[in-house]
Design a protein around this ligand. Structure first.
Ligand code: APR
Ligand code: PHB
Length: 394
């Protein structure tokens, strides 16, 4: 079979938020790149993911001039709540940090990046099969894939893996140089999306004796809720009514009284995992986003961490292609990982605080109560949570 070969500076694998954002940042700096995605654009947009943006993530969209819809439709939130069955502890993020988060679905952000690609000359190749990385140890790596039954090859100077947890990029790094750190949690989040008004104007994370619950939203008329469930649960066994009943108990009577029920537009169970792969660069390959790390969703950090990786990667690649600065590429992994580990720590600690682990005994439960008491009574503790939630400096 003949192979069509072409050349670019940066081959980006994966057109999720990380890959698309990186593609736009590189285009804006005049660095030639191509984004290669396994799925169709519609499939990418059908994935329902979290929806809380740090100010830094919003800032990247602003810099690209792609923030119009985000500014019009995104909901600025100056605080959120931790509930423990008896009280609601409000973390006044705005007062404690001077910043806000923006509630705006990841799917919408992805759509904005996708819609702007063609008009801005960012090439995204969808439905690319059998994507494989080659010669990443050399200065002349290349990507092969199949499209419409034809073999394709893209020669690049650098490849960036933005292909999520299951993509081929991380796996291309030899086991002898990489190290994975992992924690798998003994529960998953069952999420429901419904066109009903949210029960509260801010998010509520609840730790109830029956388990975790989260009241979130996408807009004034669309709500997103979660409860944690054992990994053995099957979504078929959770009717909409059963989910609403469980939410009403776990979120507490006040929130339950304000909760509007409605048919699920989407419901699914997602496992929770903490994962970091080091290093985030090997040879001519950089990793960004979920390809290098996963956080449990409790801190809403997944997309934001992908965005800060991409920011570091775009800076390094711009310095490299503009000024031949190879040190910038060499320093990418350490720079990105320093922020990744702090987000991992925050996501893990909030997960530990707000969930009932099956192996936990009375001692661990008292530790949760003491920590929630401390948070309720200490502005310093609230400030520490607020500055992590709003996003640590990039
Ligand atoms: N070839 C090409 N593309 C691939 C391949 C492959 N073999 N395997 C996976 N991909 C694509 C996926 O189809 C997906 O569109 O890579 C993309 C990865 O996107 P995400 O999983 O969204 O990961 P990322 O862009 O790093 O976003 C991080 O978004 O998905 C959330 O939990 C995640 O919130 C986090 C953030
Ligand atoms: C969501 O709205 O989907 C969401 C919000 C906050 C989280 C996780 C998910 O921590």
């Amino acid at each position: 079979m003949t192979t069509t070969t072409r050349r670019t500076a940066v081959a980006v694998i994966g057109a999720g938020p990380a890959g698309l954002l990186l593609g736009h940042l590189l285009r804006a700096e005049g660095v030639d790149c191509v984004v290669i995605e396994r799925q169709s654009a519609d499939y990418v947009l059908s994935r329902i993911r979290a929806g809380v943006l740090e100010q830094g993530t919003v800032g990247l969209m602003e810099r690209l001039g792609l923030d119009a819809r985000l500014k019009a439709e995104g909901l600025p939130h100056g605080g959120f709540n931790l509930a423990d069955g008896e009280r609601l502890i409000r973390i006044d993020v705005a007062a404690l940090t001077g910043q806000c988060v923006t509630v705006y679905g990841q799917t919408e952000l992805t759509r904005d990046l996708m819609d702007a690609a063609a008009p801005r000359g960012l090439e995204v190749i969808y439905e690319a099969g059998e994507v494989a990385l080659h010669d990443i140890d050399s200065d002349a790596p290349f990507v092969t894939y199949a499209r419409d039954g034809l073999a394709q090859r893209i020669d690049a100077r650098i490849i960036v893996g933005c292909d999520g947890f299951h993509g081929p990029s991380r796996q291309a790094i030899p086991a002898s140089v990489g190290r994975a750190f992992e924690r798998v949690y003994p529960f998953g989040w069952l999420g429901i999306l419904a066109d009903v008004a949210p029960c509260n104007h801010e998010l509520i994370y609840a730790n109830h004796e029956r388990g975790f619950a989260l009241a979130s939203m996408r807009s004034a008329t669309r709500s997103r809720y979660y409860v944690d469930v054992p990994l053995t649960e099957r979504i078929e066994d959770w009717s909409d009514d059963r989910i609403w009943d469980e939410l009403a108990v776990r979120l507490g009577p006040e929130a339950a009284a304000r909760m509007t029920r409605g048919p699920a537009i989407e419901k699914s169970i997602a496992p929770l995992r903490s994962f970091v792969f080091e290093p985030m660069r090997h040879g001519s390959l950089l990793l960004c986003g979920d390809s290098a790390h996963i956080v449990p969703p409790t801190g809403a950090k997944g997309l934001n961490l992908a965005a800060s990786d991409v920011h570091y990667a775009a800076e390094a690649l711009t310095a490299f292609f503009r000024h031949n600065d190879a040190d910038a590429i060499a320093g990418y992994s350490a720079r990105a990982l320093a922020r990744v580990w702090k987000s991992e720590r925050f996501s893990w600690s909030l997960t530990k605080l707000m969930h009932r682990f099956p192996d936990d005994g009375p001692f661990e439960r008292r530790m949760q109560v003491a920590e929630l008491d401390y948070i309720a009574s200490s502005e310093a503790a609230q400030r520490a949570i607020a500055e992590n939630y709003v996003g640590l400096p990039v």
